[in-house]
Design a protein around this ligand. Structure first.
Ligand code: AMP
Ligand code: GLY
Length: 443
């Protein structure tokens, strides 16, 4: 089977790395790919948002399956165009992709189907948004741009002045372009964050093992939000009981809701959650694998991933047995370039990847890299994701940082605390869930 992976980040390197191991894969292409994907796939220089170019490529190469990594081509309708051309595709059409592409679309669907989420109001005019904010008595409030903003569209504001400034930046100064034509003002939820990813063909649902991302750039969850600075899996804080609760109250109702609304959703539903005292509530949906969550999933997913992607694309996921997972722990640390998530350095030569991978159980996934001859050069803010596995979190973390320290380029940095606060998270969630259950029994 000939497979095309669309995208060029760490998620796509992890997808290619895993798909290339499949006996069913005879040829693998990646568009546009990076300096890592070229080791396992044939990179083709077509950009991930060039819908026409990608359809042309898939037809010309007689590709059997296209796996779409990032959200932009999904929102642009790449999956619809491929399906119309008779090509199987892993990833929802533009209608389903609105779950990520429009926060108000997602919010309205959640409310219509009574799926727990933060209370919110949508505004098309900055004046009305600011009048509302000035009347708020509860702080903080969360101001969100409606559209795709690469993780930069959410502002947690401590008072009305800060919130009005966020509204002006989004709606008047258009700092996020068309993504800010509408804003959402949302109640601030307190609790622990967790992400749960499910593969679905719209009917059958396969929950993936939970992964915990670290969104802020600095140690101890400080500084601005990023696409994700590191991951670990499994997530001891997401107990079996809590997972069942999220599945029953959120994942299954959301996928049923899509079907009832006539949306044929084939791909990944990524649910961003806040585990609050009242139970789990939805913060956001994504319609694709997370990055760097996929890097951790690729390491722990022991079965051949490709048959699951094909079955999802063909609407036959129910026929698949549950996959096998590696029981060990994985820690993934993102190596970023000085300045990220703001303007960052690029064009620096990377050394030491082979030395890092010479350690047992280490795999280095490329993200923002490009090739210069045989060498890898930095070309993005998040440059690599170093992953290591161990029998417990400490062993996985020590191995990952030992591997990270063998890699070098000018301006390299990472968070040093990935996978260190697992126990405290677990205890805090257990305490919150205890309270939530006590409350339910009391009523
Ligand atoms: P989103 O892109 O909607 O997931 O928001 C990005 C980040 O902002 C989330 O990962 C949370 O850390 C935070 N966030 C978003 N919405 C809320 C909320 N209603 N309450 C508290 N934090 C939030
Ligand atoms: N790591 C967060 C995301 O992929 O959205």
């Amino acid at each position: 089977m000939k497979v095309l992976v669309v995208g060029g980040g760490g998620r796509e390197h992890a997808l290619c790395w895993k798909i290339a191991q499949s006996k069913q894969c005879t040829e693998l292409l990646c568009a546009p790919g990076n300096a890592g994907t070229r080791n396992v796939a044939r990179n083709v220089d077509v950009s991930a948002d060039d819908v026409k170019g990608l359809v042309r490529l898939a037809k010309a190469e007689k590709v059997d399956l296209v796996v779409i990594g990032p959200e932009d081509p999904l929102c642009l309708g790449l999956a619809d165009k491929l399906r119309a051309a008779g090509i199987d595709c892993f990833g929802p059409g533009a209608d389903g992709a609105q779950l990520e592409g429009s926060k108000t679309f997602a919010k309205e669907l959640l409310e219509r189907h009574r799926i727990p989420t933060a209370l919110s109001r949508a505004f098309d005019r900055s004046g009305a948004a600011k009048t509302y904010l000035e009347s708020c008595t509860q702080w903080p409030q969360v101001v969100k741009a409606d559209g795709l903003a690469a993780g930069k569209g959410v502002f947690i504001c401590k008072d009305a002045r800060e919130a009005c400034r966020a509204v002006d930046a989004i709606m008047e100064e258009k700092s996020l372009g068309d993504a800010g034509l509408r804003v959402l003002v949302e109640e601030f939820l307190e609790g622990e964050e967790a992400s749960l990813l499910a593969i679905t063909d719209g009917e059958a649902i396969l929950l993936l093992e939970p992964v915990v991302d670290h969104k802020q750039v600095g140690d101890g969850d400080t500084g601005p939000n990023t696409g994700g600075m590191g991951v670990y899996s499994p997530a001891p804080s997401l107990t079996r009981r809590l997972l069942r609760q999220v599945e029953q109250r959120v994942v299954i109702p959301a996928i049923h809701a899509l079907r009832r609304e006539g949306i044929d959703f084939r791909g990944v539903l990524y649910v961003g959650l806040m585990i609050t005292e009242q139970g789990p509530k939805v913060l956001e949906f994504n319609v694709r694998f997370g990055d760097p969550e996929m890097q951790a999933i690729a390491r722990r997913f022991k079965s051949d991933l490709l048959p699951y992607l094909v079955a999802t694309a063909k609407g036959k996921l129910a026929k698949m047995d549950p996959p096998a997972w590696d029981e060990r722990f994985v820690v993934g640390v993102v190596a970023a370039s000085e300045g990220y998530p703001g303007t960052y350095r690029r064009g620096d030569r990377i050394t030491g990847i082979d030395a890092a991978e010479s350690l047992d159980d280490v795999v280095v996934f490329h993200a923002g890299t490009s090739s210069e001859g045989d060498e890898a050069i930095t070309s993005g803010g998040r440059v690599l994701c170093v992953t290591g596995m161990g029998s417990d979190m400490d062993a996985a973390r020590d191995l990952t940082y030992a591997a990270y320290d063998r890699i070098d380029w000018a301006g390299k940095f990472c968070r040093r605390d990935i996978g260190t606060r697992v126990e405290s998270r677990k205890e805090r969630i257990a305490k919150m869930m205890g309270k939530a259950e006590g409350g339910a029994r009391g009523r």
